[in-house]
Write a protein that binds this ligand. Structure first.
Ligand code: ADP
Length: 489
């Protein structure tokens, strides 16, 4: 296995891609750090509003030109080639992701990279199957009519990517957009642009015409804001914080842009009294600690029936203590570093808030000595749902375990949040599982397994977790406009 020290042998991507050319940006550079060592990986070129404008123009030209006339079957062939190339570069992409995000390299190998491959394959399949319908009508002033609908691309799509799982989310935004015939300007996150830039090189290699996908790394409040405000961008697809999501929706309203927003959550994991407790503890721990807890669907509120509460707290505390923090390239490491110092300090401040509010630290609660933005996996017991650690998204390895006395109370607690992205239910009782699944307000409900995601399944949140759905047929709907055609016969 490659270690971090071997990274100097790898040339890291650091430029903008506009109209098929890899170029410098005109807004200086953004330092991209290795979260596990705090060392500089590379200074990445940063796009200005002018660069973003050129990227949008390149995307618009392709929409009105060759790409706009490319049949779905050909778009599908290109997307399948992209999937093959990601598969070819799987190890390299996993390393880039580990290096940039700070996560153990085994995790992108197991999830992010295979998910990106599957997403491109899934949408390659849709590309030549985007159909409308024929609709009978009452006619037009006594004359019969023939009416049908077609689905057309939305246009130029601005895709704004977060730093936690950038390859996977770039795939979630690019594959459906391209399958449906759109062109795209991608704004990667400041802290982790490398895998998205490598993916852009693979899109070129797969034969995607120049300008169909452009990548403008840079600052959110410069390049990202310019993309959102640009009058010739038709839609913004954003994954990130609710604060930035709100700014985006407000700005997008000025030009009536379509938006898809995925904004995180405070997802409950409900453990009923009859659950397989060992499976529930293992699965719940994964929902807390995978990707250092930097997951929008992290199951950070663990709601446990009082009869098994002590057992689950003990199990989760044990799972927290068993995590091995360290070098993401060491095979023994199970948890890496948080993405940057700001994120580490934010997580530590929530741990302090939990203590101050009277919750009990059952495991963790601090940070290890030495370099790297590491925080100990932490379990809070004796918590209640009104505490900040139960209401606010922490985006780190911190779980809040809250007891309940009956399933109705579990549902009330689960829904007592401004978020609604995901929920997990642990039970052996089929009727209870489906009843609770119907009562929990969340875009995705998983029974007996955390984060059972798939490119065929719609993904997105209710309430403050966002607007719209990505993936599956819903991903095609989100990337197309419906047009009605009527012939008066
Ligand atoms: P986090 O808080 O997890 O870092 P953000 O929501 O701040 O997540 O960032 C997600 C993405 O949004 C990043 O690519 C970031 O550069 C971008 N971004 C940040 N601010 C803005 C903005 N004002 N307009 C558009 N994009 C932005």
């Amino acid at each position: 296995m490659t270690t971090i020290d071997d990274r100097s042998a790898v040339r890291l991507p650091d430029r903008l891609l506009i109209g098929g050319e890899w170029r410098s940006g005109s807004a200086g550079t953004v330092a991209d750090l290795n979260p596990a060592t705090e060392e500089l990986l590379v200074d990445v070129q940063a796009a200005s509003a002018g660069d973003v404008d050129q990227a949008v123009q390149a995307a618009r030209a392709q929409l009105d030109g060759a790409w706009g006339a490319t049949p779905g079957a050909e778009r599908g062939r290109i997307l399948n080639r992209v999937a093959d190339l990601i598969e070819r570069d799987a190890e390299h992409l996993a390393r880039l992701e580990a290096l940039d995000v700070g996560k153990p390299v085994g995790q992108p190998s197991m999830l992010d990279v295979p998910n990106a491959i599957a997403t491109f394959r899934h949408f390659a399949g849709w590309a030549d199957k985007i159909t409308g319908s024929t609709i009978p009508t009452a006619g037009y002033f006594g004359r019969p009519t023939h009416s049908y609908t077609v689905r057309e691309p939305v246009g130029v799509i601005g895709a704004i990517i977060p730093w936690n799982t950038p390859l996977m989310i770039s795939g979630w935004k690019l594959a459906p957009a391209l399958a449906a015939g759109n062109t795209v300007v991608v704004k990667p996150a400041e802290d982790a642009p490398l895998s998205t830039l490598h993916l852009a090189a693979l899109l070129q290699e797969a034969g995607l015409p120049d300008g169909v996908v452009n990548v403008v790394p840079g600052r959110g409040d410069v390049a990202g804001a310019a993309l959102v405000a640009h009058p010739d961008v038709d839609k913004i697809s954003f994954t990130g914080s609710p604060e930035v999501g709100r700014t985006i929706q407000v700005t997008a309203a000025e030009t009536f842009k379509r938006v898809t927003l995925e904004l995180g959550g405070k997802s409950p994991q409900i453990v009923l009294a009859d659950a397989d407790i060992e499976a529930a503890v293992n699965g719940t721990a994964m929902g807390l600690f995978f990707n250092q807890g930097e997951v929008c669907a992290a199951g950070t509120r663990v709601l446990v029936h009082r009869s098994v509460y002590g057992q689950v707290v003990e199990g989760l505390a044990g799972a927290a203590r068993a995590q091995v923090l360290g070098d993401p390239f060491d095979g023994a490491t199970t948890m890496g570093a948080l993405v940057n110092a700001k994120q580490r300090d934010r997580v530590l401040s929530y741990i302090e808030a939990g203590r101050a509010e009277g919750a009990t630290v059952a495991a963790g609660g601090g940070r290890p000595d030495g370099k790297g933005f590491f925080v100990e996996p932490t379990i809070f017991a004796d918590a209640n749902n009104a505490m900040r650690i139960a209401q606010e998204e922490i985006f780190g390895p911190v779980g809040t375990v809250i007891p309940f006395d009956d399933p109705a109370e579990a549902v009330r607690l689960a829904n007592d949040t401004r978020y609604g992205l995901a929920a997990t239910i642990w039970t052996r009782d089929v009727a209870a599982a489906h009843t609770l699944a119907g009562q929990v307000r969340a875009g995705a409900v998983w029974i007996n397994g955390w984060a059972a995601i798939d490119p065929a399944l719609p993904w997105g949140g209710m309430k403050s977790s966002g607007i719209g759905r990505e993936l599956g047929w819903s991903g095609i709907l989100a990337n197309t406009e419906e047009k009605t055609v009527t012939v008066v016969l």
